[in-house]
Write a protein that binds this ligand. Structure first.
Ligand SMILES: Nc1ncnc2c1ncn2[C@@H]1O[C@H](COP(=O)(O)OP(=O)(O)OP(=O)(O)O)[C@@H](O)[C@H]1O
Ligand SMILES: [Mg+2]
Length: 455
């Protein structure tokens, strides 16, 4: 595929879970964990281990390896995974899925995993292209009658003047460029560049002089300066995409017959392995030529015990490939059956997979740590808690899980608000507990009512 197909493509970004929005990083100083830092409290051994993993990833020493975050529920495994993402920075792709997401009715398990893995590999492509760039100071589109429909006018050619600070050139361009200009609504006063080879037009923005002269700059748009130098020049473009973006673009440009012509999308969301092979080859070629760079990212699979034996063997093999992301798993299970088998294994993970993993353990929090975490969360959510309400939630964090205590915070605040108070009191928390069960209680209720429930 050629590069101009992806000029304006912006890769999708991962979204972060709200429950961990207070986590800004691992809170390290060098390799040492501060007791409280970047929104994280305690769990210092795990945080320091995670810090080393971040370094290894940045230095490219994690290839073919995986990390497992293991520990009881609510001990910050998911929080630490997001902290790792923060530490890696926004240029390193970080994709998070839960083990359960591979069971979809539309896609094969291996397809879901492949897509997730390819979203976690970034590619930076550089390309020099010959362009005509400048501010449009004259634009006349000449039309003619449509060959099959005499009532319709179609663009025939265009007379366009482009000006830089130093040069002014007038061109007569054909129908392709004319329709690019029309479809993008280019008018006099826009700064544009036209690709010399393909005729593709990219609007850079509204020119500063034009917006002063005509006063029609959109309010949300910052005017750009008129370019300097010659109109015709070589310009470097940089595109940052993921392998998955490239797969999709490539699959689209190959088309899927009439259907995709009509609806703009291939009929199935599965991507042909042949497409992927071509994308891989293109990327490797560009890396060799020095015009491409691979940015290996992280695929985080939460609740990894939900993967089954097929998924594990697929991942095991995929990790060997040159274009594989770093895998981070999290599990709160002890010894349990590997899904799809009768074999019991630690964390429900097959032994050959466990063998490749660096394991980071998280341990339960002390009362003080729980309290501190809840304070940070309360601030993050803008919830005001009375001293007694804070005590109550801390107790819940100890007896049930930290996650449950965190989750009760917003409902408690809503209840307080309905009682015309801005500060949450213990009775608001109690009300919230009545309304929302924690997992243990909900299981007990299920057992109690099992007789009555539908089967
Ligand atoms: N050390 C910590 N510092 C600050 N916040 C934390 C810490 N540990 C956990 N939290 C917060 O507490 C809540 C529960 O933690 P988290 O979801 O990370 O637990 P988990 O170990 O992934 O649990 P599970 O096994 O149930 O998935 C989250 O909102 C998380 O951001
Ligand atoms: Mg979790």
């Amino acid at each position: 595929m050629s590069i101009e197909d992806i000029t304006e493509f912006r890769g999708e970004r991962f979204t972060r879970v709200g429950a961990h929005s207070h986590v800004k990083g691992l809170g390290l100083e060098g390799l040492k964990a501060r007791p409280v830092g970047d929104g994280l409290v305690g769990q210092t051994t795990a945080r320091e281990a995670a810090g080393i993993v971040v370094r290894m990833i940045k230095e490219g020493k994690m290839a073919g390896r995986a990390v497992l975050l293991a520990g009881p529920p609510g001990t910050g495994k998911t929080a630490i995974a997001y902290a790792i993402a923060r530490e890696l920075g926004k240029d390193v792709p970080f994709v998070a899925i839960s083990g359960s997401e591979i069971y979809s009715s539309e896609l094969k398990k291996t397809e879901v995993l492949t897509q997730a893995m390819r979203k976690a590999i970034g590619v930076r492509l550089r390309e020099r292209r010959r362009v005509y760039e400048g501010e449009v100071t004259q634009l006349e589109v000449k039309t003619r009658k449509h060959p099959y429909n005499p009532y319709q006018e179609v663009p025939d050619h265009v007379i366009i003047t482009l000006e830089t600070k130093d040069e002014r050139r007038t061109f007569r361009a054909g129908a392709t460029i004319a329709s690019y200009l029309l479809s993008q609504g280019i008018t006099v006063g826009d700064v544009i560049n036209i690709d010399a080879e393909t005729g593709r037009v990219v609007r850079v923005g509204r020119s500063e002089n034009a917006s002063e002269r005509y006063e029609l700059a959109a309010l949300d748009e910052k005017p750009v300066p008129r370019p300097s130098g010659p109109v015709e020049k070589d310009k470097e473009f940089v595109y940052v995409l993921t392998l998955h973006d490239l797969d999709q673009l490539s699959a689209k440009s190959r088309g899927g017959g009439l259907f995709s012509m009509l609806f703009g999308q291939p009929p199935s969301r599965e991507i042909d392995p042949e497409v992927r092979r071509e994308v891989d080859e293109m990327v490797k070629r560009r890396v060799e030529e020095g015009t491409g760079e691979i940015i290996p990212g992280v695929l985080f699979i939460d609740e990894v015990h939900l993967l089954d034996i097929e998924a594990f063997s697929f991942l095991n093999a995929a990790m060997e490939s040159e274009l594989a992301p770093i895998l981070i798993f999290a599990s709160n299970r002890g010894i349990t059956k590997v899904r799809g088998t009768d074999i019991e294994s630690p964390h429900g993970i097959p032994l050959d997979m466990l063998d490749r993993m660096l394991i980071i353990s998280t341990r339960p929090y002390t009362r003080e740590e729980i309290r501190k975490i809840l304070e940070i969360r309360a601030e993050e959510e803008g919830v005001k808690l009375s001293e007694e309400a804070m005590e109550k939630l801390t107790e819940i964090g100890e007896k049930a899980t930290l996650r449950y205590a965190v989750q009760l915070m917003t409902p408690s605040a809503e209840i307080a608000k309905s009682r015309n108070r801005s500060e949450v009191k213990p009775e608001d928390v109690e009300e919230a507990i009545k309304l929302f069960s924690d997992v243990k209680r909900s299981v007990e209720e299920l057992k109690r009512y099992e007789e009555l429930m539908m089967r």
